[in-house]
Write a protein that binds this ligand. Sequence first.
Ligand code: NAP
Ligand code: MG
Length: 518
Amino acid sequence: TANISPFVNEPFVNFGLEENKQAMEKAISKVKSELGQNIPLHIGERKVFTEDVITSVNPGNLDEVIGYVSKANQALAEEAMHIAVNTFETWKKVSASERAEYLFKAAALMRERKHEFSALMILESGKNYAEADADTAEAIDFIEFYAREMLRLEQINETQPLTKVQGEDNRLTYIPLGVGVVIPPWNFPLAICVGMTTAAVVSGNTVLLKPASTTPVIAHKFVALMEEVGLPAGVINFIPGSGAEVGDYLTSHPKTRFISFTGSKEVGLHISKLAANTSEGQIWIKRLIAEMGGKDGIVVDETAGLDAAAQAIVASAFGFQGQKCSAGSRAIIVEAVYDEVVEKVKELTEKLVVGSPELNYPAGPVIDKGSYDKILGYIEIGKAEGTLLTGGSPAVGNGYYIEPTVFADVNPDARIMKEEIFGPVLAICKAADYKEAIHIYNDTEFGLTGSYFSSDQKRIEEALETMHCGNLYINRKCTGALVGAHPFGGFNMSGTDSKAGGYDYLLLFTQAKLTSRK
Ligand code: NAP
Ligand code: MG
């Protein structure tokens, strides 16, 4: 079933319509009635329940347990590695179209159960309806897109677009790498986990999936779906556990051939060091695909549409409480329109009512106690570094709720302008003109997303050329991947620029073998 029709993104659900809202409420009730189960590791065919578990809790209602997830130790991780190595020998021989077929089936089933997946994310990660729905839609897109990409890669393998040399049969074939460790973050607990995993397995690799410890239940729901569509046991092994323990063990394992990681700069750099260390029995250098943090920013000049700019700043800074690698957590505004934009941003931010994600409030909780404390710490730092415009305190609720917080008049060198806070905190800074604003934008160790608001074509050209980031937007907010259309990945300390959802992404999970016959 080679899909040659154009790729179409999964549409978002409009929760402004009462019937859609009710459908989600129903899905939430259903998911709630099934919470609190024991979830096993998947090691090949074996389902392993351990005594030591990760207790996944609803960040918006701390009394609600989402699930008790079994936790791997080194011995179990080693057993899974053994299975993944053996399974690779058979899985790599399965035809590309057959591998893709498992993905097409999984995408179709996920589409049927879209609200169920989103409802679980609402409860486990604290996303509101639209944010959770976008996450599920992106997951469906990734699965279908990578399945189609595998079919396309197979065509490239077969058609051999090499320069012809007389008397030679030359072929370049993209073959899988081997066993990979997949380490996703919690902030797109479905889409990123699904995207990295399906890209790896559809290109013929086997995987050890170590989910984020705050969102392992939704990751397991995906693994169970892959099992349901008949993916052979051992292709995806589900190995929850602590990053520092199981993560380190697997990334430094001599049989690990590649690591696909998305998460913070700190952990990404740590893994990058481990990946470069050879150990006994390692006969190759590990491939590292690492997508890391950001300190993204929106630049507004005096020719911009100021309402649109202010709306973009607020949407980008506070969507999912600012817990997105793409969050525009800095706004750099030229002096001539500074006061006006700042006032608009304040007004719009104050409309974001904080409350339970289950009830679809626009502003929900942050993920866990560690994040909560870290963000409140940055807010204290911000009070010394800028003018607190709005927010600045915890918000009421039985969860990790923090008011959407805006600081104005922040110095470009302030910590809240430089460091990734990963919470509902926006820092605004004034620039003399657009040139200085772009200079401030670029003065960061990161380089993930950026946006420029202007109606001046010449300046827009200049911004397109000089703003240094992986994903640059003009007159629209900083945002995340749109599979196929907006491949996503960052520069500098934001990662290895492995463009997820892009037309060259699968190549990262393969190696090219050149054969030349006389
Ligand atoms: P994180 O703390 O770096 O964790 C990411 C993953 O790494 C988790 O599964 C974590 O496991 C694991 N881990 C932690 N220590 C490890 C170690 N020593 N060895 C191996 N694995 C280890 O990041 P996060 O808090 O989940 O996610 C937020 C970060 O991700 C932000 O910086 C955000 O910007 C970034 N992000 C980037 C992108 C992008 O595309 N560039 C997309 C989304 C998010 P545990 O949960 O068990 O600690
Ligand atoms: Mg973390």
